[in-house]
Design a protein around this ligand. Structure first.
Ligand SMILES: *[C@@H]1O[C@H](CO)[C@@H](O)[C@H](O)[C@H]1NC(C)=O
Ligand SMILES: *[C@@H]1O[C@H](CO)[C@@H](O)[C@H](O)[C@H]1NC(C)=O
Length: 312
């Protein structure tokens, strides 16, 4: 125990850079600073010039956005407080203000077919449609370079990621559930871009032809097996019924005789123009013969006069 060598911790020769702190980055630092003296001077001059050249600057400064649009205004590169302007008329100070229009309407985007490898190693081609809209114009302009493009790219990768962890059966059965899952996954990220994903629809899941064929074969085999079981059950029930009938007839030999006559009657009623070959069991005769031999003549039975082969 005491002889165990203790290795000293290696001394840090290279000075490590300061740890990245997610709480405060460049953006936050910039937000703290206000306009400088020069900026205020320029703003003052611009207002003065606007008043001096009033009619001209009025034409230059008045801007209009549509009902569904908002304008995000920057004054000397800084975001104007008070959020996005619009809809309708708003005023910018010439030379120092710039602005960007943002469309707030819902955009539908068809995600191009994505080749996805499912959990059980089947390649399926899936396409979807997403519906999104800009929720906060200010964030959509300041937080991300191109909110629309980013949302579209995210939709493609999310589609792959969502389906990649599912088996083929789950994909085919749970489309609604996957749409909801994808929407929440998309929305979580796009929230930081001021974009809201309203709806995701998985349009089509297409299987490779070879897979379709084998799945069809499986379904067919299953149906066939079910059909055989049903047929066998029918046979079983029928044989039980026949057995009961046979037992009943065995109790009273006269019943068999009557049944035979009944059959003949039904044949003659249905097909009176065709020749019918009706097998007549010899055993039956012997039964009758025994019956007559045993009987004391109290109830005589008549053996049918017709031969086994009838021409009716
Ligand atoms: C949009 O985001 C900005 C910055 O976070 C916020 O000041 C503003 O109130 C938001 N606008 C709406 C309509 O929520
Ligand atoms: C055969 O049957 C038909 C109808 O079932 C009947 O009209 C006809 O008279 C019958 N023929 C004989 C020879 O009994």
């Amino acid at each position: 125990m005491a002889t165990q060598a203790i290795h000293p911790a290696p001394s840090t020769a290279v000075q490590m850079p300061p740890a990245y702190s997610p709480e405060k980055d460049d953006r936050d630092i910039a937000n703290d600073a206000g306009y400088g003296c020069t900026s205020y001077l320029l703003i003052g001059i611009s207002y003065l010039l606007t008043i001096i050249f009033f009619p001209i600057t009025l034409c230059m400064g008045i801007k209009i956005v549509q009902e569904y649009e908002r304008a995000v205004i920057f004054r000397l590169g800084r975001l104007l407080p008070g959020g996005a302007k619009g809809p309708g008329l708003f005023f910018i100070v010439p030379c120092i203000d710039t602005y960007r229009k943002v469309d707030l309407r819902v955009v539908s985007f068809q995600v191009p077919p994505q080749e996805v490898l499912t959990k059980d190693s089947v390649t399926v081609s899936v396409d979807a449609v997403i519906y999104y809209r800009v929720k906060n114009a200010t964030i959509a302009v300041t937080n991300v370079e191109n909110a629309e493009q980013s949302t579209k790219l995210l939709a493609m990768t999310t589609l792959r990621n969502t389906l990649g962890v599912k088996t083929l059966a789950e994909i085919l059965a749970g489309r609604e559930e996957m749409s909801a899952h994808m929407q929440s996954a998309l929305d979580e990220v796009s929230e930081t871009w001021g974009v809201r994903v309203e709806r995701v629809e998985i349009k089509d899941v297409s299987l490779p032809t070879i897979m379709q064929r084998s799945m069809a074969a499986i379904a067919e085999a299953q149906r066939e097996a079910e059909a055989k079981i049903v047929a066998a059950k029918g046979e079983q029930e029928a044989s039980m019924a026949l057995r009961e009938a046979a037992l009943t007839m065995a109790d009273t030999p006269a019943a068999l005789q009557l049944r035979y006559l009944q059959t003949l009657t039904s044949i003659s009623a249905e097909r009176n123009t065709t020749t019918v070959v009706f097998p007549f069991p010899i055993d039956l005769m012997s039964t009758f013969a025994n019956g007559f031999a045993n009987s004391d003549g109290a109830h005589k039975m008549t053996i049918p006069a017709q031969p086994p082969t009838q021409h009716l």
